[in-house]
Design a protein around this ligand. Structure first.
Ligand SMILES: CC(=O)SCCNC(=O)CCNC(=O)[C@H](O)C(C)(C)COP(=O)(O)OP(=O)(O)OC[C@H]1O[C@@H](n2cnc3c(N)ncnc32)[C@H](O)[C@@H]1OP(=O)(O)O
Ligand SMILES: O=C([O-])CC(=O)C(=O)O
Length: 370
């Protein structure tokens, strides 16, 4: 038995949800470029769950179901009010989502119908929790979701209390489409491992949120913004990046386990970052990002991943930095739940082996002799 560090290149499951083949990402066989240009997030949620694009009435039905499920139990809002004000936002999300199960009468109903209903509730309620957390920590009241609004519109509305501009809704919606699913990434794998024990869907999502939180995965988008803020202006990028690379430090938002010639999602986010910069009149984050890309690609041959330009996109939308990774979770819930439903539909316990590297033939020594 020989271990492969980080399971690189290991094919651990079959899946018909999304694929990365020769650097091309598809959801259910549809190229991500096509989806990014044309689909709404709700259409993508339908596509991931049901395996095909919805017709008008199917989309209306799902949108209605998501909208109707968006309110979270009052107990969850009360729980969030008990959180310390400076708590890590992904820890808050993880705790609140875990607590949702306590108030869901179907939490342990493992029928496919109940699991789909829970997927709808999770998808609808994550943005409500994130917005409520962001307001409550500032001493404000949580805002209830608005009837008839899309998930992107509702999130921005619940966050700010104001009707968001069309351009902001469209930008967030596209970011949600781009982050929705990504084959067997670490958080999706964590979700599948958890539910493959026949544990419940909430446990799967909580595992996934825990895995997404780390800076080598979803947490990188927040780390990118921290870096941009630390650098300050484009003219300081050269010395900062050159020194980091010389010290063998990682530049957040670059590199990828699967894509070696660039992440196909990054160009869409780059374009959005530029457009939003022009609209807000602040090109600093975009200009600095472009400069960093040139330096990291030039010096190290690494390309930006999905997290790099999403940082400046969300900043242009005036979203607080520590909500970037929770927004990733809000989007990826669509993919996580699709994978969980797929896992349940043809389950086998996921239990690989470890190559033992410890000592052998050791005898037990009585405690008095140690
Ligand atoms: C949504 C997502 O999860 S996308 C990924 C988000 N994460 C990041 O942006 C964090 C920064 N990037 C990274 O840490 C990595 O590129 C990962 C985690 C994404 C992929 O990791 P792996 O496939 O395990 O690659 P690994 O970390 O082994 O890197 C291979 C080599 O490239 C280097 N490298 C990889 N990424 C970077 C980076 N961002 N900056 C500088 N060097 C890097 C490593 O130091 C290593 O160099 P070495 O061979 O000289 O030791
Ligand atoms: O696939 C990965 O390893 C990480 C990633 O890009 C994602 O989850 O979107």
């Amino acid at each position: 038995m020989t271990a492969t560090k980080g399971l690189e290149g290991i094919v651990a499951t079959t899946s018909s949800i999304s694929s990365i083949i020769d650097g091309v990402l598809t959801y259910r066989g549809i190229n991500i470029d096509d989806l990014a240009e044309n689909a709404t997030f709700e259409e993508v949620v339908y596509l991931l769950w049901y395996g095909k694009l919805p017709n008008r009435s199917e989309l209306d039905q799902l949108t209605k179901e998501l909208n109707a499920a968006a309110n979270v139990p009052g107990e969850i809002i009360n729980l969030i009010k008990l959180f310390p004000k400076d708590v890590n936002s992904m820890a808050a999300l993880r705790t609140a989502v875990s607590s949702l199960a306590l108030y869901d009468a179907e939490a342990n109903d493992m029928s496919p119908e109940a699991n789909l209903r829970k997927a709808i509730r999770l998808q609808a309620q994550l943005p409500t929790i994130i917005a409520a957390f962001a307001r409550i920590r500032e001493g404000k009241e949580a805002i209830a979701p608005k009837a008839g609004a899309s998930l992107a519109e509702n999130f921005l509305y619940m966050l700010t209390g104001k009707q968001p501009e069309k351009i902001a809704i469209e930008a967030l919606d596209k970011a949600l489409v781009l982050h929705a699913d990504h084959e067997l990434n670490a958080s999706t794998f964590a979700a599948r491992v958890t539910v493959a024990t026949l544990s419940d869907i909430y446990s799967g999502i909580v595992s996934a949120i825990g895995a997404l939180k780390g800076p080598l995965h979803g947490g990188a988008n927040e780390a990118v913004m921290a870096m941009l803020e630390e650098i300050g202006t484009a003219d300081k990028a050269n010395s900062y990046i050159t020194e980091k690379l010389a010290n063998k430090e990682k530049i957040m938002g670059f590199g990828h386990r699967v894509y070696k010639n660039g992440d196909p999602r990054a160009k869409h986010l780059q374009k959005m970052s530029e457009e939003l910069g022009k609209i807000t009149g602040n090109m600093n984050w975009y200009n600095m990002s472009i400069q960093i890309e040139e330096l990291v690609t030039g010096q190290k041959g690494l390309k930006p991943n999905v997290d790099f330009y999403s940082a400046s996109v969300y900043t242009s939308l005036e979203i607080p930095r520590d909500l970037f990774t929770p927004i990733f979770a809000f989007s990826r819930t669509s993919g996580w739940t699709a994978h969980i439903l797929e896992q349940y539909s043809d389950n086998r316990l996921i239990r690989p082996r470890a190559e033992y590297t410890g000592p052998s033939h050791q005898a037990y020594t009585p405690i008095e002799q140690r």
